[in-house]
Ligand binder design. Structure first.
Ligand code: 13P
Ligand code: SF4
Length: 303
């Protein structure tokens, strides 16, 4: 089927199933264009907790759908492709985290939402790239912190807050490949452009960035900034909302492999199949969801 036929079928199925479509800012353009809500991890978590629809078709990666299931246990959470995972989330196993935590009694475990439900359930509080600094600032100064799993986000938060934290050595394979040398070359080629980066990028790149934020933070900054030209150091899916929302501005990427292969597994065809079959479903078992909800709610209360 062609895209317009798929879009029409999707609309029909959304009505039949009372479904809302959520899409992360990294999704391919046609998936974003078919979505009811587009956002970063934090924004989509908040909407998942509030939406009235019976079914959420979550176009992102697995941990995002799990978070929606944890926050909306009475809704059916579908995904277009169950293979869309997050390699960073897979870099921390619950058993290894439990051992680290048990070996450090009294320390506060702060866990980036790019993690499994089982890892969240072992944590004191979650954070996203949008609120990691505020979350860490909310922890009493005399408490020591274990930060899981992204070492780059962890280093960024340490630099911003002045707090020392022990870091898990996880990383995002897509952002880890964004090199400071490439960014410097891009800056030399486009001297009037601002460099905007996601905090999952390596620390040396973040050190030369003009602004560091979550995906939605980057989109908002570009929209509000009087600057006309930007170099974007994050996954290339973000270029779609940036260009659509700012037709008079220029956006450059500098990395030819700025692709998250997992985010790109979702397609319009798979979205239609998911609503036709009401599968694949992501459902976190109640006992685990109840434990994982606590650290997520603590984060959401921070604002
Ligand atoms: P955001 O929360 O900034 O959207 O980032 C999620 C992510 O997976 C970045 O790689
Ligand atoms: Fe995970 Fe990186 Fe893909 Fe984000 S871009 S979902 S952190 S692998």
């Amino acid at each position: 089927m062609r895209n317009n036929q798929l879009m029409a079928r999707l609309e029909e199925l959304k009505r039949e199933r009372d479904a809302a479509v959520f899409a992360h800012n990294y999704q391919i353009p046609e998936v974003q264009d078919a979505a009811d809500y587009i956002g970063d991890s934090l924004g989509l978590s908040r909407i998942a907790a509030e939406t009235k629809a019976d079914v959420i078709l979550f176009c992102g990666v697995h941990f995002m759908a799990e978070t929606a299931s944890i926050l909306s246990p009475n809704k059916k959470i579908l995904v277009p492709d169950l293979n869309a995972g997050c390699p960073m989330a897979d870099m921390v196993m619950p058993r290894e985290l439990a051992r680290w935590r048990d070996g450090n009694p009294g320390k506060v475990v702060v866990t980036y939402v790019n993690s499994s439900a089982a890892v969240k359930a072992l944590s004191d509080i979650c954070c996203t790239s949008a609120n990691a600094v505020q979350v860490v600032e909310s922890i009493p100064a005399d408490k020591e912190i274990l930060f899981v799993p992204d070492r780059n986000l962890g280093k960024f938060v340490m630099a911003k807050t002045g707090r020392r934290m022990e870091l898990w050595l996880g990383f995002c394979p897509t952002h880890e490949r964004m090199l400071v040398e490439q960014a410097e070359r891009a800056k030399a080629m486009h001297p009037d452009a601002l460099l905007l980066a996601h905090p999952e990028c390596p620390a040396d790149l973040l050190a030369i960035a003009d602004y560091v934020s979550s995906t939605t933070g980057i989109i908002a900054y570009c929209h509000e900034s009087p600057a006309r030209e930007f170099i974007i150091a994050t996954e290339c899916g973000i270029l779609h909302p940036l260009r659509r929302g700012n037709p008079d501005k220029i956006f450059h990427t500098f990395n030819p492999v700025a692709d998250c292969p997992n985010m790109k597994l979702n397609t319009l065809q798979k979205m239609v199949w998911a609503l036709e079959d009401m599968a694949p479903e992501v459902s976190v078992p109640k006992e685990l969801a109840d434990r994982a909800r606590l650290p997520i709610q603590r984060m959401l209360e921070i604002g």
